[in-house]
Design a binder for this molecule. Structure first.
Ligand code: DAH
Length: 342
């Protein structure tokens, strides 16, 4: 009687099928759960005569095992058939789940644009270290021994004698390039620079510059002017005016400050340009022959021009940003406004 029942349950288990989670659950209820038919077989143990208990127990355990093995197999089947299910596809008319997307930082976008403009007129890219020695940051660039930039209050020194500092400008890269390459040299060096300044809307101790250097035979001041005219018009638009103001840098002779017409008032005069109609974007000049010689370049044969511009300054003018600190504060409300760039 009992063995007949057991055989019947075994046959049922063998024939069982499940294609959906519901059918799987029905199987579980019938063969696995406490109240299942297998559970009932265990309960029947009480009424089995003692001498048959051992054999009966073995048979019931075997059924239990069969039921469990089959259950595992059915779980597998339901899982895989779930993946291949046909039926209606996803509803493409539903609005998509959106993920917050980052954007390019305005300084990165500005740097990329500057690089792009100069690459098109034959400048390559070069880099130098942010921790620089005295020679590359000052001495090779013709800075006299007692120049104020060499003072602790202007420059972050890491070591003294020999002096190692955080570079105060990207002009140090000019020296590295000229030491390692022969003219013609036409290179652009963007990078981070450091000065011991109190942080305010107009000054920061960390900012970015882009350096340009062109050394070849017969490079003239006219070439410098034309290159920067081209840059200003590409960067800020055709209507932009450029002005060169005589200035002094130890490493250029003659030297000039580069001004462009104020982007806000179009040159009429406003509080950004302090009523002058002009804003400065950088310094420039003809590479001093001493600097060429310091770097092993024959100054009788070669001449060159150089310029250095502040990337923050250019970004502020281009996007009308009035506080330098915004670039590094990581305020999402500020950064979000530049999401569409590039
Ligand atoms: N290094 C200068 C500064 O940080 C900027 C500069 C001026 C760079 C004239 C040049 C240059 O290459 O020719 O203020």
């Amino acid at each position: 009687m009992q063995s007949q029942k057991i055989d019947q349950i075994k046959a049922e288990i063998a024939a069982a099928n499940a294609e959906t989670p519901e059918e799987l659950e029905a199987y579980r209820m019938r063969f696995i759960s406490k109240k299942s038919v297998v559970g009932a077989l265990f309960a029947d143990m009480k009424s089995i005569p003692n001498e048959q208990k051992k054999e009966y127990g073995q048979q019931v355990n075997e059924v239990k095992q069969l039921a469990e093995e089959k259950f595992k197999q059915l779980i597998e089947e339901v899982n895989t058939s779930g993946q291949q299910r046909t039926g209606p596809g996803p509803d493409l008319s539903l609005p998509p789940t959106t993920w917050p997307v980052g954007g390019i930082h305005p300084l990165t976008a500005t740097r990329q644009r500057i690089v792009e403009i100069f690459e098109r007129i034959g400048f390559n890219l070069s880099e130098g270290p942010e921790i620089e020695d005295d020679w590359h940051n000052f001495t090779a660039l013709n800075f006299p021994e007692n120049h104020p930039a060499r003072e602790m209050q202007d420059t972050f020194f890491i070591e003294k004698d020999p002096d190692i500092a955080l570079r105060t400008h990207t002009s140090s890269v000019q020296v590295r390039v000229m030491e390692n390459e022969k003219p013609p040299i036409r290179t652009l060096s963007p990078g981070r620079v450091f000065r011991n300044e109190a942080i305010s809307a107009r000054a920061h101790c960390i900012f970015h510059q882009v350096e340009g250097l062109y050394v070849d035979e017969n490079v003239s001041f006219a070439n410098l002017k034309q290159t920067l005219y081209h840059f200003a018009k590409e960067m800020f638009g055709k209507q932009t005016q450029v002005r060169f103001r005589p200035s002094f840098f130890p490493f250029t002779e003659p030297s000039a400050e580069i001004d462009i017409s104020c982007q806000l008032c179009g040159g009429k005069g406003c509080n950004i340009c302090k009523g002058t109609g002009w804003v400065e974007i950088g310094g420039s000049g003809m590479v001093d022959p001493n600097v060429l010689e310091n770097c092993g370049i024959n100054s009788e044969k070669y001449t060159g021009f150089a310029f250095g511009m502040g990337i923050e300054r250019i970004a502020m003018l281009k996007y009308q940003i009035n506080d330098l600190r915004l670039f590094t504060e990581n305020d999402i409300r500020f950064l979000q406004q530049f999401r569409g760039l590039l």
